[in-house]
Design a protein. Structure first.
Length: 282
């Protein structure tokens, strides 16, 4: 459906892709980032509102993994019966603003906004998340790490719609955690955050996925730290600052300076690993 003021609210993905192919549009869904950035009472057109496309919301599971629809909200994620590997993503969902924001904000919006401090990104990285991009020319799938190319920058083309996020079956094992540092406990943008997904068998780490956020232009996996954990008994002391070197590029801003972020990053990784150690001994 199109209106004279350049506002389009399709009810199908195909209709949305037709509009994107023919127009330069701003895509809107929950608008929890879009409206504050607009700094006006109304959105400037032309706008493609995808909130009416029911096929874009919810979860689909098959032998290849689990796909989360683009307009799935944080409240949807919190309530969904997902594997324990999604524990970090569920914890992050509870940190995304107040309940009203969680009810409106969408997964795709969080990714396309591409804030270095986006709470959803580190846990999705630990799940080896892939984004599904659709256009009239077809669909392409790419790792989330390749989709986010800089602060407020993504690899999405103007004619593409982020249709969903796919978690491969190989990443559905283990347990997930998320830990965020801010100036206060709730309703705050991260100073630094870390996510982890570990597979622990007989007290030994069989698989490790760690990611850090708000400590560089994009969130990043920590392969040196992961390698240091695999094959070892669960011990947070295995990780030190050297395992994070080369993966951090923090800035000074109103929330913290770069030196502080560098220091707390290691501490956060050790603390989140401590949660796994505590759960094993409980």
């Amino acid at each position: 459906m199109g209106l004279q003021n350049g506002y389009f609210r399709p009810t199908s993905v195909d209709e949305a892709l037709d509009h994107l192919a023919a127009n330069d549009l701003t895509i809107a869904a929950g608008c929890t980032d879009l409206f504050p950035a607009t700094e006006q009472k109304t959105l400037g057109g032309p706008v493609l509102d995808i909130s009416g496309i029911t096929a874009l919301r919810g979860f689909r599971k098959n032998e290849t993994g689990i796909t989360i629809g683009a307009t799935t909200t944080w409240s949807d994620l919190i309530a969904a019966p997902l594997p324990s590997a999604f524990g970090g993503l569920k914890l992050a969902a509870r940190e995304v603003g107040a309940r009203q924001i969680q009810n409106r904000g969408t997964l795709a919006g969080n990714l396309c906004n591409a804030s270095p401090a986006a709470d959803g990104v580190p846990p999705l990285l630990t799940l080896d998340a892939q984004v599904v991009l659709a256009s009239k020319a077809g669909r392409r799938v790419m790792p989330l790490a390749d989709f986010l190319i800089g602060p407020r920058q993504t690899a999405r083309r103007a004619d593409e719609l982020l249709e969903g996020v796919h978690i491969p079956a190989s990443a559905l094992m283990g347990d997930g955690q998320f830990l965020k540092l801010g100036a206060r406990k709730y309703l705050v943008i991260s100073i630094a955050m870390v996510a982890a997904r570990l597979v622990i068998a007989d007290g030994v780490v069989a698989e490790a996925a760690l990611a850090i956020g708000a400590c560089g232009p994009v969130a990043a996996r920590l392969p040196k730290a992961e390698a240091a954990l695999v094959g070892q008994p669960m011990d947070p002391g295995l990780i030190n600052a050297s395992h994070l070197q080369g993966y951090l590029a923090p800035i000074d801003d109103m929330r913290a300076d770069a030196a502080y972020r560098t220091t707390v990053a290691t501490e956060l990784v050790q603390r989140i690993l401590g949660r796994f150690a505590e759960s094993r001994s409980a």
